[in-house]
Design a protein around this ligand. Structure first.
Ligand code: SAM
Length: 259
């Protein structure tokens, strides 16, 4: 990779390809999920297949302004919209945003979609949201401090930030051994990025997929605290599609509030 490499531009194309390849996080919810959400029976995921506890959300979701951050794919945004929230989805992939627009058109929902980088929320004014909902996606962002700073800025006082992220320890392991033989062989020093791999090895292990960054717990948890958030809840879950699931939680989730 050259010094002029732009990971956000690369990952935009990569996530558009993931839509073509039917990655599970690009498949929109069906009409039955929306019908249930309209009737008050709804849930969304931040990590893996774990429903977010209902009490992580505001007691009254109807009318709440929710920013689904790096959360395209026609999943959480439409469900929260059908449950009564005023939803904006920001995502770096035009094809992922198409998914949200497809569901909105199919179901008669009003969802505002914005193409952008999760580190730059300048499209939004200060204190315009009650919830920022950010499922596992900061693994694709080169740095996190701007994400926490901007999330803090766009939330109202009392607003809620929910984040799903990778346990960085997952990145210790040799990827082909993990994926092909379910062996956990410690190989990489942390923090790790797939950009650290030689081009040929990255292509053979990640294919045309997005560039990933392990991030430290300091930048995840410490970063939210440094931005001014108060952490209120923490959860963990296995990575259902990964050999690590037998040994460790590979997903973490936090709930934080803006004082
Ligand atoms: C695993 S998917 C998450 C969305 C999915 N609905 C879910 O439930 O997890 C990761 C998303 O992050 C988006 N993304 C990656 N890098 C981004 C960035 N820098 N800014 C905004 N979105 C980004 C991708 O386009 C993709 O839609």
């Amino acid at each position: 990779m050259t010094h002029s490499f732009d990971p956000v531009a690369y990952n935009r194309d990569a996530w558009d390809r993931e839509v073509e390849n039917s990655n599970e996080w690009t498949k929109p919810v069906g009409p039955e999920v929306i019908a249930r959400a309209r009737a008050g029976d709804w849930s969304v995921v931040l990590i893996g297949y774990e429903p977010v506890p209902r009490d992580w959300f505001p007691a009254e979701l109807a009318g709440a302004d929710v920013l689904c951050l790096a959360s395209g794919g026609g999943q959480q945004g439409p469900v929260l919209s059908a449950a009564g929230a005023a939803v904006t989805v920001l995502d770096n992939s035009p094809r992922q945003l198409d998914r949200d627009r497809e569901v909105a058109a199919r179901e008669g929902l009003s969802i505002h979609t914005v193409l952008g980088d999760m580190r730059d929320l300048s499209a939004f004014p200060d204190a315009g949201f009650d919830v920022v909902f950010n499922p596992v996606s900061n693994v694709f962002s080169p740095d996190l401090a701007p994400v926490w700073r901007e999330s803090f800025r766009v939330l109202r006082p009392g607003g809620i930030l929910m984040v799903g992220f990778m346990n960085p320890d997952v990145f210790l392991f040799d990827i082909p051994a993990l994926e092909e033989r379910e062996e956990l062989i410690v190989r990489h020093r942390l923090p790790f990025s797939s950009l650290d791999l030689p081009d040929a090895e990255r292509q053979s292990t990640y294919g045309t997929g997005p560039i990933e960054y392990s991030h430290s717990l300091t930048s995840q948890l410490g970063g939210q605290l440094a931005a001014g958030f108060t952490l209120t809840h923490f959860a963990e879950a296995p990575h259902h599609a990964d050999a690590t699931a037998q040994y460790m939680p590979s997903y973490f989730a936090t709930r934080a509030t803006k004082p």
